[in-house]
Design a protein around this ligand. Structure first.
Ligand code: AMP
Length: 114
């Protein structure tokens, strides 16, 4: 059996995290090293390593991550807006190989990102 990812261990409670949202497709918890007042990771239950591993059948799953992020942003009161980011691969500094959508908000942000 494949080694479980860090985020699968969070899903099952083997690694503690502040889980703030769950549905049938994904779950979300606060990032351990927040880069904004709100920094949440939205993670599919399916452990897809990177965006490059997505298949056509995952199209709905990706949409569901974004819809979950929108719901969480409303829950968190991010009325002034927010940023969503998927890091993919070394140039984007992806460190956990189980896709996740970063939801960042609660401060104004610059562009381009570093
Ligand atoms: P990325 O660099 O896009 O792969 O993002 C991985 C994110 O996971 C980083 O923002 C980390 O701070 C976060 N992270 C790593 N370990 C944990 C953990 N145990 N609980 C919550 N967030 C974590």
């Amino acid at each position: 059996m494949a080694e479980r990812t860090l985020f699968q261990k969070i899903e099952t409670g083997d690694i503690p995290a502040d889980i703030i949202y769950e549905d049938d497709v994904c779950f979300a918890f606060r990032d351990i090293a927040p880069q904004a007042p709100t920094h949440v990771l939205v993670v599919p239950r399916k452990p897809i390593p990177t965006l490059n591993d997505l298949e056509a059948e995952d199209a709905e799953l990706v949409g569901r991550l974004l819809l979950a992020a929108r719901k969480i942003a409303a829950q968190e009161g991010l009325d002034g807006g927010y940023r969503t980011v998927f890091n993919c691969g070394p140039d984007a500094n992806q460190t956990v190989f189980h896709i996740h959508l970063h939801l960042l908000g609660g401060r104004s942000m610059s562009w381009p990102p570093g």
